[in-house]
Every structure is written in C-alpha cells, then in structure tokens.
Design a protein around this ligand. Sequence first.
Ligand code: HEC
Length: 170
Amino acid sequence: MKLIITLGLLTSVYTQEANYSELGKKALKPLKMGLMKELKQGIKTHGVSGAIGTCQLKAPVVTEEVSTPSYTVGRSSSKYRNPKNKPQAWMEDVLKSYETTASKDSQVIRLKTGETAYVEPIYLKGLCLNCHGAKLSKSVESELAKLYPNDKAKGYKANDFRGIFWVKFK
Ligand code: HEC
C-alpha cells in the first residue's frame, strides 16, 4: 500500500515536471524567435555595431510582450550586459550548475516561494561572438562602451555557456 502511494506520488511529481517542461518550452519559443528576428534585422539594416542599439531598444520590449498573466519570461547571466538581466537570487545556483557542468539540459525548478520555474541554458554560436567575443571590432567596442559602460558580457568563445532563458510560472 505504502509502495503504491509512493509510486503514485512520484508519478504525479514526474507528470507535473513534464507539464512544466512542455509549458516552458512553448513559452520561450516566441521569445527566442522574436529576439533572433530583431537581431538579424538589426544587423541587416544597421550593421553589427548599429544592431547593438537595436538590441538595447527591442530586447526588453520583446521580453515584456512574451510574458502573460500566468508567467513571466526573461534571460539572465552571471556576466550580464543589461543590469536588468542580473540574476535573481533563485537563478544563482542554476547558473552555477551550468557553469560547472556545461550541461545542455533544461530544468524544472521548485522555488522556495512555492512557485515553479523552467530554465534552458544558452550557448554561444559564431554569430554571437561579434558582440560577445574576445576580439571585437573597434566600432562594436565603442558602441558597447557608450551604451553599456558596465558590460560584463564580453570575452567569450564559441560554444561557451552564456546564460539562461527562464520562465517563472505564477
Ligand atoms: C549586435 C550585437 C549582438 C549580437 C550579435 C548578439 N548579442 Fe547578445 N546582447 C547584445 C546586447 C546589446 C544585449 C543587451 C540587451 C538588453 O539591453 O536587454 C545582449 C544581451 C544578451 C543576453 C542577456 C543577458 C545579458 O547579458 O544582458 C544573452 C543571454 C545574449 N545576449 C546572448 C546572445 C547570443 C546567444 C547571441 C547569438 C545568437 C547574441 N547574444 C548575439 C548584443 C548582441
């Protein structure tokens, strides 16, 4: 009897996690697509250094638009560019877990507040290094210095862990 109850509980926890994982993935899709669209359009129209201003303008708007009354979404990193993306307390251990293991797996996390969160790790591709890499063009350097005087998000290599996409369910 005890075993059945335990199994039942485990199954229900497992099902819940799978549901949050599904919901999280769905919630992040328009955020990823929206950011990528703005980034590519920005580079096409204004060049790489000009697209920094586009990202500064559009990234927060896209992020805001994707959130709903039942969840909020965002990005975070230990080495953030926009101070608004500074990790919230619950994100610090999550970021550390990816920094130490370089895992590519998403996670469903139960927060101390009783809320649930979903996170996915972000790894850098070649394109990203134009604005986050170790060697930046002069125009990118000067644009970053102007728009993000306390920028921490430089010096990366391809395939480095950069940060997380997160969803917090209400
Ligand atoms: C044109 C320059 C540019 C390129 C290319 C670029 N980024 Fe960024 N990135 C930025 C800017 C500017 C911000 C800050 C946006 C803001 O103000 O919210 C940023 C912010 C971020 C953040 C949020 C955390 C933080 O530091 O504030 C992540 C994560 C990120 N970028 C990952 C990537 C990835 C992955 C790629 C490649 C697919 C990429 N970036 C390509 C300019 C760029």
